[in-house]
Design a protein around this ligand. Structure first.
Ligand code: HEC
Ligand code: HEC
Length: 395
């Protein structure tokens, strides 16, 4: 054990940014920046990362297939906090109709995802009057997503099979992966609605930007109106450009970028954050926010058999009134996927709709299966709470 700085020994809380220096004479190497590629890529993989980043940045226009209805013009506008691939305060809107507990996504009226922009005002989509549920969804960070993708399904099923403690019982999101057509366990998105980065990429190109692609070949009709679509949809489908050299479409290239993105950098532990880590486990947060899982064997060495410190079981939980009221994929209206907590300090505001400006508010808003640990959090002393927040700020 390293000798603690006298300030820590007497129990004072230190300001985190200075803490690492107090622990060793030689400063640690600077951590990789958020948005960097995974360590240990081959030259070819590194090229695929940079090529994918270009696609992730590219701004679509009506001439290159944008819309007719869309939410924004490039991936990076919504995924940039801290670095390319990060979160952002931008959000999107889902709507639907709940009749006596049965959720209807109003697909024939353009639901459940609203596209709030259009290449012409005459094509604009609106929230239909039939909708009685409207929910905002916050952009999530994509750092380390390739590591999350590489965790074997068997591990998620083991998480699901754990005996219930505290009334907490996670559910694996059993869905069909659009990229492979196979049954799979969803792990991406607030509702664990997609199993692979390729499927999410295809979904985002179509549903956020209006770019049709081989996985999602059909354009969204504004509020379901085929005639309006026909009037404004002038670019031949599929619109995602194919690289003549590699034969890869933009959907594949963006997926390459996301798969090869490094996990968010951590901050070196301080005495306070180490104490907070024990509190995190002690009050039951780790029941859902499982600190780490390990990837399986993978053709990409940088993703193979690596420990992934994501702080999530990747399962759906009944979060009671915190649920967003939208049923999607395998998730019911009250069910949400345990949000990974790594990189938390880069992704405010928090929770699926961004209602929490601070991590403290996000924790206090836990309901349903999260109530027990939430109650214990509320009962911590001010110092213990600060230690837990210092820990969450460091991961
Ligand atoms: C208008 C803003 C917006 C744009 C543009 C956008 N996204 Fe997103 N992205 C979001 C939101 C909001 C979520 C959370 C969605 C959800 O779970 O329903 C998200 C989630 C994701 C996730 C899931 C991450 C995880 O770990 O769960 C991936 C992957 C992703 N986006 C990729 C992309 C790609 C690729 C593009 C460009 C083709 C793109 N996004 C464009 C807003 C956007
Ligand atoms: C029953 C499972 C469960 C437990 C227990 C739990 N959480 Fe969560 N947590 C979730 C889910 C699900 C979300 C996403 C909820 C949403 O946005 O609707 C979440 C979100 C969060 C967020 C916001 C993340 C973001 O990116 O917006 C933080 C911070 C958080 N949890 C911390 C904690 C802490 C600290 C504890 C212990 C006091 C805890 N959680 C206990 C399931 C759980």
């Amino acid at each position: 054990m390293k000798k603690l700085h006298p300030l820590i020994a007497v129990g004072l809380t230190l300001v985190t940014p200075f803490a690492p220096r107090l622990f060793s004479a030689t400063p640690p190497p600077p951590p990789p920046q958020p948005g960097a590629e995974l360590a240990g890529l081959t030259a070819e993989q590194s090229r695929a990362f940079r090529d994918g980043l270009q696609v992730f940045r590219v701004q679509k226009t009506a001439a290159t297939g944008l819309g007719p209805i869309f939410n924004n013009v490039s991936c990076i506008v919504c995924h940039s906090a801290g670095g390319p691939g990060g979160a952002s305060p931008r959000n999107v809107t889902h709507f639907g109709r709940n009749t006596n507990g049965v959720f209807d996504p109003l697909s024939t009226l353009g639901g459940s995802l609203l596209q709030n922009s259009a290449i012409s005002a005459a094509a604009a989509e609106v929230i239909p009057r039939q909708a009685n549920v409207i929910a905002r969804r916050q952009s999530t960070p994509i750092f380390g997503a390739g590591l999350i993708e590489a965790i074997p399904e068997a591990t998620l099923l083991q998480n699901e099979a754990r005996p219930s403690v505290d009334g907490i019982r996670g559910k694996a999101a059993r869905i069909v992966d659009i990229a492979s057509g196979q049954n799979a366990i969803g792990r991406f998105g607030w509702k664990a609605q997609q199993a692979t980065l390729l499927a999410f990429s295809g979904d985002a190109f179509l549903n956020e930007m209006g770019i049709t692609n081989r996985l999602f070949p059909k354009e969204n009709a504004p509020n379901g109106k085929a005639a309006v679509l026909a009037q404004f949809d002038k670019v031949a489908d599929p619109e995602a450009a194919v690289d003549p050299v590699t034969g890869k479409s933009e959907v594949d290239r963006a997926a390459d970028f996301m798969r090869l993105l490094a996990p968010p950098p951590t901050i070196a532990p301080s005495a306070s954050s180490v104490a907070g880590s024990a509190i995190f486990r002690g009050i039951g947060c780790a029941q859902c926010h499982v600190p780490s899982m390990t990837t399986g064997p993978n053709a990409i060495a940088a993703l193979s058999q690596k420990q992934v410190f994501l702080y999530s079981d990747l399962l759906l939980h009944d979060m009671g009134t915190l649920g967003d009221g939208i049923a999607q994929g395998a998730a019911g209206t009250r069910e949400m996927k345990t949000a990974p907590l790594w990189g938390l300090r880069l992704s405010a505001p928090y929770l699926h709709d961004g209602r929490a400006g601070t991590v403290d508010q996000a924790i206090r808003a836990h309901e349903g299966e999260g109530s027990g640990p939430r109650n214990r959090y509320n009962q911590l002393t001010t110092q213990q709470r600060q230690q837990l927040l210092d820990f969450l700020n460091s991961i």
